[in-house]
Design a protein around this ligand. Structure first.
Ligand SMILES: [Zn+2]
Ligand SMILES: [Zn+2]
Length: 368
């Protein structure tokens, strides 16, 4: 029986349990996971900061091989390699028609329910207890059943660990730059928080032609990586005043676009202050449900700054995933370099601990 990483109650440990998968519904796809990244949102689901139901199989950035499909599935077949999308969309609602399927009115409530689109659960533990799946995926498992609309076919020559990362960190970071902020050639950019998402923001900003890219982090090794990914400047947030440092490096004006990749109210305020007149702040990090942002109200009428919310990089997964993988194959997107450590299924708890201790750009669990 396949194993999965399960959290039974918020704040509880991650347990590796054998799971039984149900028969396939007509729109289901059963996937043997090849690799799954471990993301801050997984920890948020574990702690309860992200109010997902329990017990839950963690993991939402994964890729693998299709092993079986339901009777009505037409877009993938057994043997296909797929990356999994952490959002699903209907193609018919207003956000879908407007080109923002990340906001699909049908899909969002489903992925937040962590059940399948028909409302049922597809995995049970040895005691027969039904298991939710993070974002209806639960990729920290050897095999999962997911909705067909969450699968995106990928070329077989792309390593699973690379394709897995595209499913969250890459779509989120690169999409925030290209789809949401639409960074222009010559823009000045600051990136607060240079982990798995922030590094993708940095490399996408470089690809978009940003002139100055100021990386901000508390860890020296992340700043070093950010330089390798295209940052022109690095600011150690433990040593200097970040707002002053960003202004200094952007001709005293403040940055045209500031990305907050942590999910912290005080840092979103910092991003606001680091943005110049008419600048844009893009909030990417997933904050806790009790986190609030305080902004100088007067500046809302005097600065013409824009505060943007960005969910999942404003991505169109079936369009953006293949695009980004093509850029990877051309050497324009660095994805291999994002994987700083690999773990086995037995080491998921260690991967989570390393994430909490900020030891990895991305830790990836490789199956089998
Ligand atoms: Zn994630
Ligand atoms: Zn929709």
């Amino acid at each position: 029986m396949p194993r999965a990483a399960v959290v039974y109650e918020h704040q509880g440990p991650v347990e590796i349990v054998e799971v039984e998968l149900s028969a396939l519904g007509p729109h289901d796809v059963r996937v043997a996971i090849g690799a799954s990244g471990v993301c801050h949102s997984d920890v948020a689901a574990q702690t309860g900061a992200l109010a997902f139901p329990t017990p839950i199989i963690l993991g939402h950035e994964g890729a693998g091989t299709v092993v079986a499909v339901g009777s009505d599935v037409t877009s993938v077949a057994p043997g296909d390699h797929v990356a999994l999308s952490a959002i699903i969309s209907c193609g018919r609602c207003r956000p879908c028609v407007e080109g923002t399927p990340n906001l699909c009115e049908w899909g969002l409530p489903i992925i937040f329910s962590c059940a399948q689109p028909d409302g049922a659960l597809r995995a049970t533990d040895p005691s027969g207890r039904g298991l939710y799946q993070f974002a209806s995926l639960g990729t920290l498992a050897e095999e999962v059943i997911v909705p067909e609309v969450a699968t995106v076919p990928i070329p077989v020559d792309v390593p699973f660990e690379v394709a897995a990362l595209v499913g969250c960190g890459v779509l989120t970071g690169v999409g925030a730059v290209l789809n949401r902020a639409k960074v222009r050639v010559g823009d000045t950019v600051a990136v607060i928080g240079c982990g798995g998402v922030g590094l993708n923001v940095v490399q996408a900003a470089a690809m978009a032609g940003a002139s100055t890219i100021v990386a901000v982090d508390r860890e020296e090794w992340k700043l070093q990586m950010a330089r390798e990914f295209g940052a022109t400047d690095a600011v150690d947030a433990t040593a200097v005043d970040v707002v002053a440092a960003v202004r200094e490096r952007t001709g005293g004006r403040g940055a045209d676009v500031v990305f907050e990749c942590v999910g912290n109210g005080a840092l979103i305020r910092q991003a606001w202050d680091a943005a110049g007149i008419a600048g844009t702040v893009v909030a990417i990090g997933v904050a806790g449900s009790d986190e609030v942002v305080s902004l100088p109200a007067q500046e809302l009428s005097t600065s013409e700054k824009t505060l943007m919310s960005c969910l999942y990089g404003t991505s169109r997964p079936r369009l953006d995933m293949p695009r980004y993988l093509q850029l990877y194959r051309q050497g324009k997107l660095r994805l291999d370099e994002l994987v700083t450590r690999r773990y086995s299924m037995d080491q998921v708890s260690e991967a989570v601990a390393d994430l909490n201790a900020s030891r990895n750009a991305r830790g990836v669990v490789v199956m089998g």
